[in-house]
Design a protein around this ligand. Structure first.
Ligand code: PMM
Length: 284
């Protein structure tokens, strides 16, 4: 599979669906799910058959407070899974902040780099995207997971997120990446409190100022667990947040978001169909 955003994804009449495949022992939502690379490959192939356009493979947890692993451990987790998925014809994005992991995954057939640091964590990352022509998701980010929530302070949230994303876009373009390769993501939950996530979701239209396709990753995140917490204040468990996620998916479709990153693919496909039916009704 050649690097770059697959053409098919540019022609969809709904948001593209990126299915989350975390091959980590400790991701907040689905960590420790897979006993082997083959089990992860099977899960990714299944999500693709269920309708996911791309499978987003990640080997390092980015949940708040997570401690970083070393690059060799990350490579060992993700490369066999990328190879397996690509051999089944599945388009793959690699969720990593490390240039060496991104380069190895692209070599193994991944077509998109999903860098939650927007290229800030590794000074070589833009060069990898520039040299390979891979698609690149630039997510809004302020600090690594162990410290990020102490950076969740804003005086004008949306303007600051847009400005900081614009700096990443400028850096990427200066490094030789073309705008056609880029996707932006406001990074829900990354240096953001629940109120910030909701505000960003209410004002998705403002992200169009960046004039690039937008991805949203709300799936199963803590702010949904907080909203759905029980009377004692206990958070709704991650595995029971897919209904709420689907509402956000439909909201994203209405706001012309380019892609959603989700765990439950069948429910997402249903939500997108419903959103589409509702929207065509509007035009009648
Ligand atoms: N969220 C997570 C990981 N990677 N990538 C992008 N582009 N956007 C996100 O919001 C995002 C991401 C954390 O969620 P997970 O633990 O369920 O993977």
């Amino acid at each position: 599979m050649s690097a770059g955003i697959p053409d098919r994804l540019r022609r969809l009449d709904r948001p593209a669906v990126f299915g989350v495949l975390n091959v980590t022992p400790d991701s907040f939502s689905d960590g420790g799910r897979f006993a082997s690379a083959q089990a992860a490959i099977d899960a990714g192939v299944l999500m693709h058959a269920q309708g996911a356009d791309v499978i987003d493979v990640g080997g390092e947890s980015t949940r708040p407070g997570a401690i970083r692993i070393d690059t060799d451990a990350e490579l060992k987790r993700v490369v066999p899974v990328v190879v397996g998925l690509v051999s089944h014809g599945v388009p793959v994005s690699i969720d990593t902040m490390r240039a060496r992991t991104a380069a190895a995954a692209i070599e193994a057939g991944a077509c998109i780099i999903n860098d939650v640091s927007g290229g800030q964590a590794d000074p070589q990352m833009y060069a990898v995207a520039a040299q390979t022509g891979a698609g690149m998701i630039l997510m809004h980010w302020r600090a690594h997971s162990e410290a990020m929530q102490s950076f969740a302070t804003y005086t004008d949230l949306i303007a600051e997120v847009i400005d900081e994303l614009q700096s990443c876009v400028d850096g990427a373009c200066a490094a030789g990446i073309s705008r056609q390769q880029l996707i932006v993501d406001p990074g829900l939950g990354f240096a953001k409190l629940a109120v910030h996530n909701w505000e960003l979701l209410r004002h998705l239209d403002r992200l169009s100022a960046l004039e690039l396709p937008v991805m949203i990753g709300a799936s199963r995140k803590r702010f949904l667990g907080e909203l759905l917490s029980d009377d004692s204040g206990a958070l709704r468990p991650a595995s029971l947040r897919d209904g709420a996620t689907s509402v956000i998916t439909a909201h994203c479709a209405r706001a012309a978001v380019w892609a959603v990153r989700v765990h439950d693919v069948p429910q997402t496909m249903d939500a997108l169909l419903v959103a589409s039916a509702l929207q065509s009704e509007v035009g009648k």
